[in-house]
Write a new protein. Structure first.
Length: 281
């Protein structure tokens, strides 16, 4: 069996955790990542039939959501209480690979060396994976972090999907191209609960980005690059929004400009046209 620490998916999530920490998105032990792996890519690195122990879900009960769509699935997940700055230096301590068993229990296959467990947000991640897989069978990544400018925006901006999306679209040219589906926004909710997981998963039926007001953001994608890119693109527009601040905005992207971009990139079928004052296109 090959050295798992050299596996591309382990090295990739280590680089991601380092980048997220460096950007200030995941201070202390804030934030979490789950990466859906195929057995095909894992089997040369790990015996997926060998279970080390079972890890119960925290903050939810079995009746809170139906885990059956994920039975047999294997995930690489960041650990609870773990600092992202340490992941690259000791992956086996800070990460774990788990499988959802046929009976719905979660079995540890590798990692969490000192007896740790997956992030307390893993139930919310699982719900979001189920939601996104129902819309896009290629979805593999769910990540949660605390991007400074998006988080700050939730303190001063109307908390509706339409308002939030339109502001970000009009503050950076590429945003409507990168997330034409817009951004979902939730009011503040207690984290680590079934309620916030259910609410986030429901939003992810329509959005790949979901803002948790006064807390952070969830992003999903087919790859680490896609999910990370969604968040960093929205975060850049939020940064520009804050730099402009209360000064009069003399120039900004108009609806006509946005439509030009939409037509140029041929993403008409992906756009939330109901967010436009003039939805005709």
């Amino acid at each position: 069996m090959k050295n798992l620490l050299e596996a591309p998916f382990v090295r990739e999530i280590c680089r991601l955790a380092t980048n997220m920490y460096r950007l200030g998105w995941d201070e202390r032990n804030g934030g979490n990542i789950s990466y859906l792996l195929s057995e095909e890519e894992v089997k040369e690195w790990l015996d997926v039939s060998k279970e080390l122990r079972l890890i119960p879900l925290a903050g939810v009960e079995n009746v809170d959501f139906d885990v059956s769509p994920l039975k047999g699935k294997v995930f690489l997940v960041t650990g609870t209480g773990k600092y992202f700055k340490n992941v690259e230096f000791d992956p086996e301590e800070n990460l774990g690979i788990v499988r959802v068993r046929e009976d719905g229990q979660i079995a540890l296959l590798w990692g969490y060396r000192s007896g740790g467990r997956f992030t307390s947000e893993f139930p919310a991640h699982m719900m979001c994976h189920i939601s996104r897989l129902s819309k896009n069978p290629k979805n593999r990544i769910v990540m949660h972090c605390h991007p400074t400018n998006l988080l700050a925006m939730t303190y001063v901006h109307p908390l509706t999907d339409r308002d939030f999306s339109r502001t970000l679209w009009t503050f950076a040219t590429e945003d409507v191209v990168v997330f034409p589906d817009g951004i979902g926004v939730l009011p503040w909710m207690l984290c680590g609960t079934a309620e916030i997981g259910v609410a986030t998963a429901k939003k992810m039926q329509d959005y790949r980005l979901v803002v948790w007001s006064l807390h952070g953001v969830y992003g999903a994608g087919e790859s680490i690059d896609e999910a990370f890119g969604l968040i960093e693109t929205a975060e850049k527009a939020a940064q520009i929004y804050h730099i402009v601040g209360s000064r009069p905005v003399l120039n900004r992207l108009s609806e006509a400009n946005l439509k030009e971009l939409i037509h140029l990139f041929k993403i008409e079928d992906q756009v939330k046209w109901e967010f436009f004052d003039d939805p005709s296109h």
